[in-house]
Design a protein around this ligand. Structure first.
Ligand code: NI
Length: 160
């Protein structure tokens, strides 16, 4: 099983490229992501978090596991602030403002085009994971002051 990449690992800052062929190697990567997400009790994981710059996310929703390849938010509305954590930023928990409703499209494991209409927590998770594919972390969604405080705390910890 791959390991989870922790901030400030540079792979977390890279732009991911689309996954064009869903072959056995890609499926193995997705299995890996799913196992890691469940073993860390996460509710979402993006491929860069296991060191692979590809546009793939897995989300554990109340309707079951969602695997979305080349996901894209094509509509969003409303605004809502809620607490978020990230497996790549252990022990960090911050309030992040997001769209409250989103429409997301992508491709599933069977290479079929799929669409999801999400609100509440699911909408938040989609936005968080899709941010990862663009090299964005929850730190980037904070005010400059708050971001500075958390970064210096993380820096101190990595020196211990
Ligand atoms: Ni995350």
């Amino acid at each position: 099983m791959s390991e989870i990449r922790i901030y400030p690992d540079p792979v977390l800052r890279k732009m991911s490229s689309p996954l064009k062929i869903i072959d056995s190697k890609a499926k193995k990567m997705i299995d890996d992501m799913t196992m890691i997400m469940y073993s860390y009790k996460g509710i979402g994981l993006a491929a860069p978090q296991i060191g692979i710059s590809r546009q793939v996310i897995v989300v554990s929703s109340e309707h079951g596991l969602i695997t979305l390849i080349n996901p894209e938010i094509f509509e969003s509305e409303g605004e809502n602030t809620g607490e978020e954590g990230c497996l790549s930023l252990p022990e960090v928990s911050v309030n992040v403002s997001r769209s409250s409703n989103v429409m997301v499209k992508g491709v599933d494991l069977a290479e079929k085009e799929v669409e999801f209409e999400a609100s509440g927590l699911l909408a938040r998770v989609f936005q968080h994971e899709i941010d990862h594919l663009e090299g964005r972390l929850i730190l980037d969604r904070l005010s400059r002051l708050k971001r500075g405080l958390i970064k210096s705390r993380l820096k101190k910890r990595s020196k211990l």
